[in-house]
Design a protein around this ligand. Structure first.
Ligand code: NG1
Ligand code: MG
Length: 516
């Protein structure tokens, strides 16, 4: 269930900021002339291990972070309107009129505004109420309750920390609670919010919302996609009385515009991995893979499952560490066989070579792999991309193993976990090619100045780096990054901009309702 925290018991968590809620309540009062009745909140997230494997259905290991979106809410009797305001003056007040026949609102795509993210949350919450608790809206004949709302977002936008998931989930949760739904299973909230951003045309997967919802203090989350989307929390060890483990997340301030770069970056990786899955299945003499990828082709997880099924092995649950590592290692060994990839093929495939390898015509190849969205390449790096995915999926399990088998040696834990992060960074750089000179530079500065492990997190080609460190080392680490990276590449940065670029966090509490 989504936790409800009473009387701001939330402050029992020493990291929560009491004055923030007080300030937000006062802003709400000055906006609306009444006090809020409750707060709904949902945090950002950072992925600790497992990048570019979620769309191959291998599990990932993110955590919710301390920065979140909080919304103060009160119901307005006899009103058909929801008025939303924001503590950030850039985001202007907006009023949404709820159709009086009880139907679900629609989004005007012409007007791009922050309110659209709220609307996404509103739509999925309304549909959920109609499906599961129609009595709350007289079977769909009555509109939802009129509301006043003030949002306060602390998740930096555009840095890969999922501010969009945080605002969508906080909005959904606020609407549900305002309409008298207080017992909300995390599973249901995840299921309905996973599609929120699809309403504004962004085809996101499920990691972001799931991590924001399931976050727990001091815990990383294993997010699985098969057999269904769910999250299992795993506790980080308590290191020392006076020295805690801390994650530092630094925004490289290199903007990777996903829309412009997708044809040769993100979307090309989706396509390369899809081709690699079907190519490897053909080479291994397996029957055609289930068409479960984003572009309706095989996936690398589907390949692994099919391979072991062909050996009459029981299905892997995606979670059992020993079996997983053993199977992923076997897949990595297969990639090295000369009859799978010749040394020329390891360099990459032209379109013709890939079509030949798959035993399909050029037309069929275009139709199957290149027609979903435009991609640009000279060579398809099937060997490198599959190697990255199998290695990275194995690293998620290795991290999980460290979390579960901690035996009271903090230095060893930090070294081991950090090492896996550093190796993942090499894989992202060398095999996946989503790092670059500046991102590598940030990692090198950090590792030389108190980071145990540093890696690009999220899509890459810019965006953020996550570093593992401790409370005692974090000050020096921040100072070194400021001097050696930010001052050098972005000399004009204001203090506020720098503060937004460097986020310090421990694994934080996920979505919750705070009752007053
Ligand atoms: P970021 O860059 O954090 O939004 C993107 C994808 C994830 C995942 C990572 C790479 C979106 C919204 N998210 O994350 O699903 O594939 O890249 O691991 O596109
Ligand atoms: Mg997002």
């Amino acid at each position: 269930m989504i936790p409800t925290l009473h009387d701001l018991q939330f402050y029992a968590d020493p990291r929560a900021n009491q004055t923030r809620y007080g300030t937000l309540a006062r802003t709400f009062e000055s906006n609306f002339g009444t006090s809020p009745q409750f707060f709904a909140r949902s945090p950002g997230r950072v992925n600790l291990m497992g990048d570019h494997i979620d769309y191959n259905f291998f599990s990932v290991l993110p955590m919710a972070i301390d920065v979140d979106v909080v919304v103060a809410v009160s119901t307005v009797s006899d009103s058909n309107e929801i008025t939303i305001t924001n503590t950030n003056p850039e985001f202007k007040k907006s009023t949404i009129v709820l159709p009086s026949d009880g139907s679900v609102v629609t989004i005007n795509h012409e007007l791009f505004s922050w309110a659209n993210y709220f609307m996404c949350g509103l739509i999925v919450a309304h549909k959920y109420i109609l499906d599961s608790h129609p009595e709350l809206v007289s079977g769909g004949k009555k509109p939802l309750k009129g509301l006043n709302m003030t949002f306060d977002g602390r998740v930096p936008t555009g840095g890969g920390l999922s501010s969009s998931a945080a605002i969508c989930v906080a909005s959904t949760l606020a609407i549900l609670r305002a309409n008298r739904l207080t017992e909300i299973p995390k599973k249901d909230l995840t299921k309905i919010t996973v599609v929120t951003e699809h309403y504004i045309g962004v085809n996101t997967g499920g990691m972001d919302q799931c991590a924001s919802i399931y976050g727990e203090i001091s815990k990383a989350l294993l997010i699985q996609f098969k057999p269904e989307l769910n999250a299992t929390p795993f506790k980080f060890p308590q290191l020392h009385e006076d020295n805690e483990l801390v994650f530092l997340i630094t925004n490289s301030l290199q903007v990777s515009n996903k829309h412009e770069t997708a044809p040769f970056h993100y979307n090309l990786r989706v396509v390369e991995m899809a081709i690699a899955s079907d190519y490897l299945a053909a080479k291994l003499g397996l029957p055609p893979l289930p068409k479960d990828s984003n572009i309706k082709t095989g996936s690398l997880r589907g390949l692994l499952d099919a391979y072991f099924e062909s050996k009459s092995q029981p299905k892997w649950n995606g979670k059992d560490i020993a079996i997983g590592i053993e199977r992923l290692t076997a897949m990595l060994e297969l990639l090295e066989r000369n009859d799978i990839f010749t040394s020329d093929q390891k360099e990459g495939f032209t379109t013709e070579e890939a079509a030949n390898g798959l035993g399909v015509t050029l037309d069929q190849f275009h139709q199957t792999y290149l027609s979903s969205f435009p991609v640009k390449y000279t060579k398809l790096k099937l060997y490198q991309r599959s190697k990255h995915v199998f290695q990275e999926a194995s690293k998620v399990l290795q991290c999980l193993d460290l979390l579960q088998s901690y035996n009271g040696n903090p230095d060893k834990f930090l070294d081991d976990f950090g090492n896996i992060m550093n190796k993942s960074q090499v894989s992202l750089d060398v095999l996946h090619n989503s790092s670059n000179k500046e991102l590598n530079e940030i990692c090198a500065i950090a590792v030389a100045n108190g980071s145990y492990g540093s890696r690009v997190t999220g899509a890459g080609w810019g965006g953020s780096i996550v570093h593992l460190t401790t409370a005692k080392k974090v000050g020096a680490l921040k100072a070194a990054l400021k001097t050696n990276y930010y001052d050098k590449h972005f000399p004009g940065l204001t203090e506020q901009e720098l503060a937004e670029a460097i986020v310090v966090s421990q694994p934080a509490l996920g979505s919750s309702i705070v009752e007053l």
